[in-house]
Design a protein around this ligand. Sequence first.
Ligand SMILES: Nc1ncnc2c1ncn2[C@@H]1O[C@H](COP(=O)(O)OP(=O)(O)OP(=O)(O)O)[C@@H](O)[C@H]1O
Ligand SMILES: [Mg+2]
Length: 287
Amino acid sequence: MAESKTTNHFRTNLVTADMRSGIDEALKSLDPDAARPEHVMEAVDLALGFSGRTVLSDINVSLRRGSITALIGPTGSGKSTFLRTLNRMNDRVPGFQRTGDVTLEGSSLWASDVDLLALRRRVGMLFQRPNPFPMSIRDNVVAGVKAHRIAKGKQLDVVAEQRLSEVGLWDAVKDRLGDSPFRLSGGQQQLLCLARALAVGPEVLLLDEPTSSLDPITTESIEALLKTMAPALTLIVVTHNLGQARRVSHSTMFFYQGKLVEYGPTKQIFSNPQHADTERYVTGRMG
Ligand SMILES: Nc1ncnc2c1ncn2[C@@H]1O[C@H](COP(=O)(O)OP(=O)(O)OP(=O)(O)O)[C@@H](O)[C@H]1O
Ligand SMILES: [Mg+2]
């Protein structure tokens, strides 16, 4: 501690701005991550609604890079609306309204040069119900990889094996890669969709109740996977399963009656919430 104080003192008082920028450049070249801001996404004065009815307002949050954030709150509290705004999935929904901004690495999601496909490669999504494409298991995994020209030809087979192995599905499907995904179990289909989402190398993955339709064993394996995926990836998970929020997330946001009531470390939200509504919800006394 004493050492870093001295360094700060030295840098603020004795080093000129030019020298400081030279030092910063040198530091960046040693460690590219040193230059990256701590927060990967930020919502600033965000308000969301449909057809003149406000769903959420006054959202000001920063999402720490490499963290897992759980979004909790009663049904209709705006969790999915908020989540889907983070990769502009609501933009085309009739009646959707937004004021305020969301940034990714400091740039607005709605800046004029933002390409939607590129944005959704960086901010991927896994839905509540598995949604495999009507194509083979293998082609599902590499669909995005092909579209974004990340790999081609034989490399695609390597990507498919790698990603299916990563989600623990390889052994179950390696002999039927050309088959339809619709004959897989619901849990296997969800793992396939996760493999597909990971294959394009997103920076952020949005998950909307990803295990709510799955059995406890598949749920456990997805939770374990999520934990291994951070810190390489920033994860934001909507869940009604408070145990899941406690088990997997570092931070929790509690939404209620049009507001983000509380956002903090998961441990604190569950053991020492600052608001009475949060306490009622996390102790199961709400509704
Ligand atoms: N496409 C839409 N058109 C109009 N209103 C919508 C639309 N989508 C959501 N809403 C409204 O916005 C509010 C928040 O919905 P949202 O789906 O975000 O809630 P949620 O917290 O995800 O709920 P749940 O836990 O049930 O999934 C609700 O009142 C809902 O009726
Ligand atoms: Mg929802």
